[in-house]
Design a protein around this ligand. Structure first.
Ligand code: RVP
Length: 498
């Protein structure tokens, strides 16, 4: 007979944190958001630590190399999605690993015989005012010169004329070799009063451009998550179908950590795949999931998962619960799994981090997920709203939106995550939609981090471990939920704020 679990399935919206006593030394500046990413012995440090507890969802509409770079620079980590060929995914991982702060791959490139009007349209598209002139118009072609928007004027110069007529030719252009460091490049930019320094390989092919403004930019990211070689860290999603080919390629590309990406990770397939990876690639940590209860957590932890992802059906684009009737309120799922994790620690002395994945709608939901025992969170909708996410930005009457679609939607065609009986998608488990545009990730995430630190201060905690162990949570009634919101007509001050 079916067993009914007595406990009601609850969401984050149903809880609030009670403030604890705040000591005088507990201020936002003292709050440390570092958190373990992968399994470790209790008392030892995790081989990979995040500096802020955020990962981005293993989704096409979310985890592009650009987003991965921005998130790692802000202390978190992206998992590059696997809904692409092995070669494409490995190339995306390489792009993140090869990112050198301040060393930019030129995105505004033309050939010497291109017209100035073509140059104008390229600059318009990229929004950049410095273009590399290379023999083939590619970012890695032989550099022939640089041309900037200051080198020509549409009214003074014939826009049908060639770019070569207005560029500064390589013979007159200060440039550097590949082994130059960022601080040496910066010194040259200032000493020689340059705005841009091209970096060339031995054959004169363009490798990077270094801009004066980017040096200061790099100083903005003291929390970036890097490997031993100071390269940004990045993760990658894998599936239980082609992992024998995908895992070696991703490892070779330099991925720091992998994660099985499945809407239901409580399966023998995932356990077998974990066993295989642990046997053949013991050096690369790999997470498992998704699960919603302690039993499934223990199953994956025993199979070797280095962290376990929690959440079925709570994602903002997810309709799994409607379609299949499976899932669990995210708060109940996290609480159950976190309890099993503590039992696992007691039994084995091994700490297996827990990730709350999906359904985080408000910033305070992140704080609740952490308080309930998650070591870090994974978010899709949240990151899809930013400039760095790959979805198109579209105008609406009231501003802008970004495209965001589920991996179980027809649009994603992700049969590896949602393949139903190996027959591709017979029915959708996700939707294709829009999210409000939220600008630059660096600014948006800074606000979220400030709110979480403020919550932790109110709860008297300066570390996530302390937050988890001392948090007091209360269930809210419908009435107290209403009371939480403003109960006046809120004046729209946006027009008057400078
Ligand atoms: P959210 O942050 O609420 O947008 O949720 C993102 C999560 O939703 C992903 O990390 C994944 O676990 C899940 N997902 C992705 N696609 C789909 C779907 O199409 N059903 N669900």
């Amino acid at each position: 007979m079916a067993r009914i679990i007595a406990e009601v399935s609850r969401t984050f919206n149903e809880y609030l944190l009670l403030p604890n006593r705040t000591r005088t030394d507990c201020s936002p500046g003292a709050v440390d958001l570092r958190t373990p990413l992968v399994r470790h012995r209790v008392g030892d440090a995790s081989a990979i630590e995040l500096h802020s507890p955020f990962t981005s969802a293993i989704m096409q509409a979310v985890s592009s190399p650009e987003l991965a770079i921005a998130l790692a620079r802000n202390g978190g980590l992206s998992f590059v999605h696997h809904n692409q060929s092995i070669e494409e995914q490995a190339a995306a991982v390489r792009k993140v690993k090869n990112f050198k702060a301040g060393f930019v791959t030129s995105d505004t490139n033309v050939r010497p015989d291109d017209t100035l009007s073509h140059l104008v349209s390229v600059m318009h598209r990229t929004g950049h005012s410095t273009a590399a002139v290379t023999h083939d118009g590619s970012a890695a072609g032989r550099l022939l010169g640089l041309v900037t928007s200051r080198d020509f004027h549409p009214q003074r110069h014939d826009l049908d004329g060639p770019v070569s007529g207005r560029m500064t030719a390589i013979a007159d252009l200060p440039h550097a070799d590949c082994d130059i460091t960022l601080s040496a490049a910066n010194a040259r930019l200032w000493d020689e009063r340059l705005d841009c320094l091209p970096v060339l390989d031995d054959d004169g092919h363009l490798q990077h451009l270094v801009f004066r403004s980017d040096y200061a930019d790099n100083k903005r990211f003291p929390n970036q998550v890097v490997d031993g070689g100071k390269r940004l860290r990045v993760g990658a999603g894998v599936n239980t179908h082609d992992y024998r080919e995908r895992v070696p390629a991703l490892t070779e590309a330099g991925a720091d950590v992998l994660c099985f990406d499945s809407s239901d990770g409580y399966s023998d397939w995932q356990a077998q795949a974990l066993t295989w990876v642990k046997k053949h690639y013991p050096e690369i940590p790999i997470g498992g999931g998704n699960v919603v209860d302690g039993e499934a957590f223990t199953f994956l932890a025993e199979a070797g998962a280095d962290f376990v992802k929690v959440g079925v059906g709570g994602g903002s684009i997810c309709i799994t619960r409607d379609q299949k009737g499976i899932g669990r309120g995210q708060a109940s799922a996290v609480l159950d799994v976190a309890a099993a994790r503590e039992a696992f620690v007691e039994r084995t002395g091994e700490y297996v981090p827990v990730c709350s994945d999906g359904g985080l709608v408000h910033d305070y939901h992140v704080a609740l997920a952490l308080a309930m025992g998650s070591d870090f969170v994974m978010m899709g909708r949240y990151f899809a709203r930013f400039d760095q996410a790959p979805g198109a930005k579209l105008p609406t009457r009231d501003g802008f939106v970004k495209e965001y679609w589920g991996e179980g939607s027809n649009r994603a065609r992700n049969w590896q995550r949602y393949g139903q009986g190996g027959q591709g998608l017979i029915f959708e488990e996700g939707v294709d939609g829009y999210v409000p545009y939220a600008g630059d990730l660096n600014e948006g995430l800074a606000v979220t981090i400030a709110k979480i630190k403020s919550t932790m201060v109110s709860c008297g905690s300066t570390s996530l471990r302390e937050f988890q162990s001392s948090a007091r949570l209360t269930l809210v009634s419908e009435q107290s939920f209403q009371e939480s919101h403003a109960n006046v007509t809120v004046r729209d001050t946006s027009a008057t704020v400078a």
